[in-house]
Design a protein around this ligand. Structure first.
Ligand SMILES: [Zn+2]
Length: 207
């Protein structure tokens, strides 16, 4: 069979098939009970680099869901995982949830911002408002292609507040934290703009 035909067939079958667990692939639910049980006994929220809190360790189970979320349009599983994650995190009292934005180029490519899906679940779970208060001031290379020091240099000054944040308490949310360079840059931009308190939470942190 031609490769394109095979790909098209897979896409059609995928769209007709019942839900599969985004983590283990078993048919049934977007996240199966076994995988959820595993996540619940995984290590508790931790203080990762950059003073951020992470709901989960970026292990194989979480990676599967995030990669589906990232490279296929599979927001349901990501949202389910983020909802579970939200229950393990405590936002600042009265905070507004701020997703880490994607660059325009990457947003156009992917169609949606994964950090915003996570932030939406965190906000809904805790009954907090969500607001896009940050923008990317320039394109940055994908962080996964860079080493630690290059990451810090590449995102320094890459964010700016786009609304008045003076005196506000903010909860910045991202999907994955690796070195903390991105969340640090986002938090710095909000503090520079006068925010009273900025805490960072991520769905998963690479240890
Ligand atoms: Zn599963």
């Amino acid at each position: 069979m031609y490769e394109w035909m095979s790909r098209a067939r897979t896409a059609v079958l995928d769209s007709l098939a019942p839900a599969r667990c985004a983590s283990c692939g078993d048919a049934g639910q977007v996240l199966c009970e076994a995988c959820v049980a595993f996540l619940e006994v995984a290590p508790p929220p931790l203080i990762a680099g950059a003073g951020a809190r992470a709901a989960f360790v970026y292990d194989d189970e979480v990676r599967q869901v995030l990669h589906h979320g990232k490279f296929r349009d599979c927001r349901t599983a990501l949202r389910a995982l983020a909802w579970l994650g939200a229950s393990r995190l405590t936002p600042p009292v009265g905070a507004m949830v701020v997703p880490v934005p994607l660059s325009r180029g990457r947003l156009a490519e992917r169609g949606y911002n994964q950090a915003r899906v996570v932030a939406g679940a965190f906000a809904d779970f805790h009954g907090l408002p969500i607001a896009d208060l940050l923008e990317r001031t320039r394109e940055t290379p994908p962080q996964s292609t860079l080493d630690r020091s290059a990451r810090q240099a590449s995102v320094a000054g890459a964010f700016a507040a786009i609304c008045d944040v003076a005196g506000k308490r903010l909860w910045v949310v991202d999907d994955v934290l690796t070195t903390g360079a991105t969340s640090n840059a986002a938090r710095g931009a909000l503090l520079d703009a006068g925010a009273a308190q900025v805490e960072v939470a991520v769905l998963a942190a690479v240890l």
